[in-house]
Design a protein around this ligand. Sequence first.
Ligand SMILES: Cc1cc2nc3c(=O)[nH]c(=O)nc-3n(C[C@H](O)[C@H](O)[C@H](O)COP(=O)(O)O)c2cc1C
Length: 248
Amino acid sequence: MDIRDLKVKILGIVATPIKNGNTQFIVNEALRMAEAEGPVETEVIHLEDYQIGYCTGCEGCLRKVHKVQQEVGCDIIPVPIKEYNCTIKDDMEVLHRKLLECDGLILGAPVYIATIPAQLKTFLDRCRTFVHDYRLRGKVAQALTVAFYRNAGEDTALAAMNITLLGLGFTIVGYGGSTVSTREGLGILVRGKRIAVTEDQLGMMLIRTVGSQVAQYALRLKAGTRALKEAGIELREKAMYAVPGSKK
Ligand SMILES: Cc1cc2nc3c(=O)[nH]c(=O)nc-3n(C[C@H](O)[C@H](O)[C@H](O)COP(=O)(O)O)c2cc1C
């Protein structure tokens, strides 16, 4: 396939109960920069538009992964699971599909008590299958956040998102970007301005850089993977967990 036909899809997730707020603004801004990189298609989704129940810890996803690995061997990566792999039937089915279809992810959430909002944690817990089935390997990601105060949980919120994205199989291509939604991060509301991140010049620069980086690395990774395949070079990943009783 001609490399000039290459296209990547970047998914933006707005992970907050608030619609049309600063979080939504920074995710859109990052996606706008991603599109400017060339053959890049973007989609933005807001978790508030989806019904997502808590993970109940039933282990159904894990049992399914192990069952398939026992059939095909644990060195087959990603684990060939075609269907939605969660026992809870709700909107996560749509969201799993969107994650599987994208080449890159920009995950944006506000700082809530120095970490991520409960809504985002609920969503991430429901993605547990991907930790074990490796189906999100080969996709890139970065996180974005916004807080009231400067230095009041931005780093810990980004760290929480980064470690979880890594666990799910994404390749993190930067530490992420943070902004403040008050004047100079002092906690003083900017009068008449709901979207006040626009005043944070450094923060917005970081957000835009994240958008460009995610698109560029997604393009590089997809192009490189395709080139290696066309050259007959097959890089086979190793499983991280042995499955008792599996073929290999
Ligand atoms: C429950 C809750 C907890 C928050 N915790 C923090 C915090 O720890 N540090 C901080 O600087 N801002 C905190 N904030 C403020 C939000 O991060 C800030 O208002 C942000 O702009 C919200 O994003 P939005 O504009 O998209 O709604 C908190 C807000 C809420 C509702």
